[in-house]
Ligand binder design. Sequence first.
Ligand SMILES: *Cc1c(COP(=O)(O)O)cnc(C)c1O
Length: 314
Amino acid sequence: MSGMVSLHLRTPLLESTPLSRVAGSEVWLKMEAMQPCGSFKLRGIGRACSHHVARGVQGLVSSSGGNAGIAVAYCGRKLGLPVTVVVPLSTPERAQEMIRGEQAEVIVSGESWQEAHGHAQSLCGPDRVLIHPFDDPLLWEGHATLIDEAARSGLRPDAVLLSVGGGGLLCGVLEGLHNNGMADVPVLAMETRGAASLGVSLAAGRHLELERIATVATSLGAKKVAARAWEWCGRHNVTSSSVSDLEAVESCLRFAADHRVLVEPACGASLAAVYGRHPFLRDKKRILLVVCGGVGVSFEQLLEWKQNLDREGP
Ligand SMILES: *Cc1c(COP(=O)(O)O)cnc(C)c1O
């Protein structure tokens, strides 16, 4: 990839004393929360944006009001290309501000992500491309670099633990494992119960679409995982599991206390597997946990979610 700009950073790989103590084994954290845009998304989106710039496109479009939209905006600013992010009405003002902070134009359109996405598609043409938040081979190639880095550090895990929304991260991590001679390393794929598009599909043995999303882990809110993610599950040892929103949020709070880092409940779903001593991890000696991160969080917001979820009960 000579001449291609790399927009993401190499992230720290930490052996976590507090999480290792809970798990009774080594837990290694790949700290994607430390990326400039706060999540692993920059790896894949940076890869896709650089690719399109190299072939001469004049503008970038995104349909995500979350971490993907922020990453596209950041990449556009770094690469000197105008970016338009179309977000649904439900997108918090704070998220819109972060996108504008990266000098992108924000268009608020539609009740749902599908409607915003439709609008975003209508803005595209030969020299203005839409960067998909999870379903794009260029994205997976970029996400795979996090496994390249872990492998280069000499880590050979006997399990990888990550969160699944649309499955872009899963596709990238699996690609990375296969590229680095770790095709036999099992993966635990975590979701929250209100966004279990992969879990529901695996349980039914069919690639299903959820009717609705109901979770505070909005970054996991894809109704259907990418076809490629579904196919991967047929040829790699992937175990799917889910936790409640309360477990995800409490895990974020515990992680903040343990590591002084804030992450979204989307990431808390993975942390909950360790804090909740998931049976899958019982016989594993060296676990690689992808701390996927996310900017849609504050300490006050975590406390508020916890309060509301405590009140609702299980
Ligand atoms: C996007 C995102 C996910 C889910 O990734 P997919 O590629 O959609 O599966 C998880 N956590 C965070 C913080 C994200 O931004």
